[in-house]
Design a binder for this molecule. Structure first.
Ligand code: E4P
Length: 217
């Protein structure tokens, strides 16, 4: 499973990238707001760090305006994936932009039928939002499973980019179901390294080692 980082925090992206944990980056207007930076400038900086796809989202709502914004965002770097919302206009923009050879990430997907349409429109990535479905007492992971089944039934090339990942179970379940990619905040990716028994075991080893009176260095 590929790991995308869901942030515009350049320091966090660099740290994870140095560890080989970053296959791409996703941003959205809320993430850009949180960064306090200019979208073009920060996206260019991210593209200089990460060689994989970096999603930059259009903000227009009409297809022709989304296409124009998408072309402008794609000029930032060759690894830009233009992010468009899963609306009828977004699907039109997806079709045109992928036809021009650009990567397109169709975002704000909340149903299997929406994901089917995105694949038909040639999306490079489909972004189902797990956490936001869980927020309204639906099971976001069911959606990932349904899309996996549909895409496999018909050999669609569109990659499932599981988004709105909030918990360690989200990450594990996406890997079990076979999402192609998950995008998660840096804190979730780092928390995947934690286990209470690792901490407990290390505490014991450290205490026992001190009792040996030995040194390695
Ligand atoms: C994905 O591309 C989105 O930026 C993101 O995963 C949304 O996550 P949230 O629902 O936690 O805001």
């Amino acid at each position: 499973m590929k790991f995308f980082v869901d942030t515009a925090d350049v320091a966090a992206i660099s740290e994870l990238n140095d560890l080989g944990m970053v296959d791409g980056v996703t941003t959205n207007p809320s993430i850009i707001l949180k960064s306090g930076r200019d979208i073009i400038e920060v996206t260019r900086e991210i593209c200089g760090i990460v060689s994989g796809p970096v999603s930059a989202e259009v903000v227009a709502t009409k297809a022709e305006d989304m296409i124009a914004e998408g072309r402008k965002l794609a000029e930032i770097a060759p690894n830009i994936a233009v992010k468009v919302p899963l609306t009828w206009d977004g699907l039109k923009a997806c079709k045109v932009l992928t036809g021009e050879g650009r990567m397109v990430n169709v975002t704000l997907c909340f149903s299997a039928n929406q994901a089917l349409l995105a694949a038909k429109a040639g999306a490079t990535f489909i972004s189902p939002f797990i956490g936001r479905l869980d927020d309204i007492n639906l099971d976001g992971m069911d959606l990932i499973g349904d899309i996996r089944t549909i895409y496999d039934n018909y050999d669609f090339d569109t990659q499932i980019l599981a988004a709105s990942i909030r918990t360690l179970n989200h990450a594990k379940d996406c890997a079990l179901i076979g999402a192609d990619v998950m995008t998660a905040p840096p804190a979730v990716i780092k928390a995947m390294a934690n286990h209470v028994l690792t901490d407990k075991g290390l505490e014991q080893f450290t205490a026992d080692w001190a009792k040996t009176g030995q040194k390695i260095l």
